[in-house]
Every structure is written in C-alpha cells, then in structure tokens.
Design a protein around this ligand. Structure first.
Ligand SMILES: [Zn+2]
Ligand SMILES: [Zn+2]
Length: 150
C-alpha cells in the first residue's frame, strides 16, 4: 500500500479505517466484551459470527483499531497475552492472579497521594495507569472456604 502524503508518523483515523464486515465484527466483539479478551479470544468470538475469518485478519484489525484509538491495548506484564479493552478513556484495572480475570475500576487515586509522590520524587505526573493484582471476589471466597475446611 502506498503511503499517501508521505506522513509516516501519522495515525490511522477512524474514517480512514474502512469497516469491512470482518473488521466490523472485530470491533463489535471487542465493544461487547467486558472481560478484556486476548486476541485469541477475540478471534474465537469473531468466528462465531463470521465464517472463515483468518487469524491474521483479526490480529491486523485489532492492531488498526488500537492505532486509530477505537480499542485500547492492555499489557499485564511479561509473559502475559495482550488484552483488548473497549473502554479507551483512562481507567484502572483489578487483575486476579488466581483466575486471570481483569476488571475495570473507576476509583480515582487520592490526589493527596499524587501530590506527595510529586513532592518526594520531583517527578511531574502527567497521568497514571494502575493495575492492582490480587484475588477477585470469587477466588477470595474460594480461598476462604478452603481455609475454613482445613
Ligand atoms: Zn479470580
Ligand atoms: Zn479496562
């Protein structure tokens, strides 16, 4: 594909991203998924709707949607598959280390804590992105049940 205008640093705008039925299905699947699916899970769900979709098409579409800002990419750390999120505005995540579930949280960090951090480190915070690791409610309940059974 030729580079129009020679703007190699430009991002793909939403209108420039032609929504073929396959791309539409990828966008719809991510929009309807609240569980932050991996690319593999998106592929499975797209295939339930559109027959014969290739993995490469789905993965390339996900990359384009991330580039155009319609889908957010979530990195949970080394060795973890990338997750995809339809919520593109700033929010934080609760990551269960037992079952791998990723939940959104919209609880804001205390402004006092941020001010204290800036004061102590002389670092100017422009934004943050928090992942809290621990046990989801269901896994915590299972842990408690195991403990009380012993
Ligand atoms: Zn869990
Ligand atoms: Zn999220």
């Amino acid at each position: 594909m030729p580079v129009v205008g020679g703007d190699s640093g430009g991002s793909v705008s939403a209108s420039a991203l032609r929504l073929t039925p396959q791309r539409r299905a990828v966008l719809d699947v991510v929009a309807e998924s609240d569980d932050h699916p991996t690319a593999g899970q998106v592929l499975d769900r797209v295939r339930e709707r559109v027959e014969g979709v290739g993995a490469a098409t789905v993965y390339r579409t996900l990359a384009l949607l991330v580039e155009s800002g319609q889908v957010a990419e979530l990195r949970l750390g080394q060795g973890q598959a990338l997750r995809y999120d339809h919520t593109v505005y700033r929010h934080d995540h609760l990551v269960c280390t037992a079952c791998g579930q990723v939940q959104d949280t919209h609880v804001q960090l205390d402004a006092g804590a941020l001010a204290e951090l800036e004061e102590k480190t002389s670092f100017t915070v422009a934004g943050y992105d928090v992942q809290l690791h621990g046990r989801c409610a269901r896994c915590a309940a299972q842990d408690n049940a195991k403990e009380s059974a012993q």
